[in-house]
Design a protein around this ligand. Structure first.
Ligand SMILES: [Fe+2]
Ligand SMILES: [Fe+2]
Length: 310
């Protein structure tokens, strides 16, 4: 936490020991609430199977074939359309086909949606979460761009993990809406990042909640590790590159100003991630340019749809 600014001191009237006990009780209570959630589904194997079918296809020219596979699954199609629409329209339904969704959001992001669709339903269907959904969508685009520039494989999983990286915030915001509004307000008033405000007010951060969720859902480690450790990429052991990419992508989208992650603070990038990925200002610039093109393309497409449906 020390890399974030304005780390609050513990209250003077509490001893560190009693504060730790209170924190531990708060965590146990919160964990019980997370474990008891009825609305969080298990990770469905059917989605993994569909993704395996799609992994043999790649590139823009295969959009029609991919769309044909997905069109056979009406539930999946509905989910993809709802998620892509919600990125730019709320729930207006302007993107009407899987093919349009592929053109608009790109293959990596749609594959990411397929892998993360159940989890992200929570996010896109909730009122007042659009800024967070845009932040997650933007991070998926940024992570895909960065992975391509760096020549790192497993881009699908990286985009999917990026799409879900802040799923812990979704749980906090939906399960403890009043408390989470206070967290966001605290982050605003103290000019600190929302992770720091979560720990200060709730005793637990969204990264830790994410870790509980990915273990509960038994997500593959390629997704689980980057989600759980996107704020502490130096702890990654199995997928350190993917974790570092999601970490940097999160910051790229913050710097770019797309969506709202819950605060307006720009945390410092992890020097470990920077070294591990052999990042240079030129590579970051190339990835940002690619992210910019993809997001602008998606937004331009959204405007065309807006005009069409008006
Ligand atoms: Fe985060
Ligand atoms: Fe984030």
């Amino acid at each position: 936490m020390s890399r974030y600014i304005n780390v609050p001191d513990p209250p003077a009237e509490e001893t560190p020991e009693s504060q730790q006990q209170l924190d531990a009780i708060g965590r146990r209570m919160l964990r019980r609430r997370v474990d008891a959630l009825k609305s969080l589904p298990t990770f469905p194997e059917s989605i993994v199977r569909i993704n395996q079918v799609l992994s043999s296809e790649d590139g823009d020219e295969s959009f029609e074939r991919i769309a044909a596979v997905l069109d056979m699954d009406p539930v999946m199609t509905a989910r993809i359309l709802r998620l892509v629409n919600s990125a730019f329209y709320g729930a207006s339904g302007a993107v009407a086909t899987v093919y349009d969704a592929l053109v608009m959001a790109g293959l990596d992001v749609v594959k990411g949606i397929i892998l993360s669709t159940h989890a992200m339903d929570l996010l896109s269907s909730r009122q007042g979460m659009r800024g967070l959904w845009e932040h997650c969508f933007g991070t998926a685009v940024a992570a895909g761009s960065l992975a391509r520039v760096l020549g790192v494989g497993r881009q699908t999983e990286i985009s999917a993990a990026a799409l879900m990286h802040d799923i812990g915030k979704v749980v906090l915001a939906t399960q403890l809406p009043g408390d989470y509004a206070e967290v966001v307000e605290h982050a605003r008033a103290a000019s600190c990042c929302v992770l720091e405000a979560e720990v200060a007010l709730l005793g637990v951060g969204h990264d830790e909640i994410g870790k509980w969720l990915v273990s509960r859902w038994k997500l593959p480690a390629a997704l689980a590790e980057p989600i759980a450790l996107h704020h502490t990429p130096e702890k990654a052991t199995r997928f350190p590159e993917a974790t570092a990419i999601v970490h940097v992508a999160d910051l790229m989208v913050r710097a770019y100003g797309f969506g709202f992650p819950g605060d307006h603070v720009m945390p410092e990038p992890s020097s470990h991630a920077w070294r591990l990925l052999h990042l240079t200002p030129a590579k970051i610039e190339e990835a940002v340019e690619s992210m910019h093109r993809q997001l602008q393309g998606a937004l331009a497409q959204a405007n065309l749809y807006d005009e069409r449906v008006r």
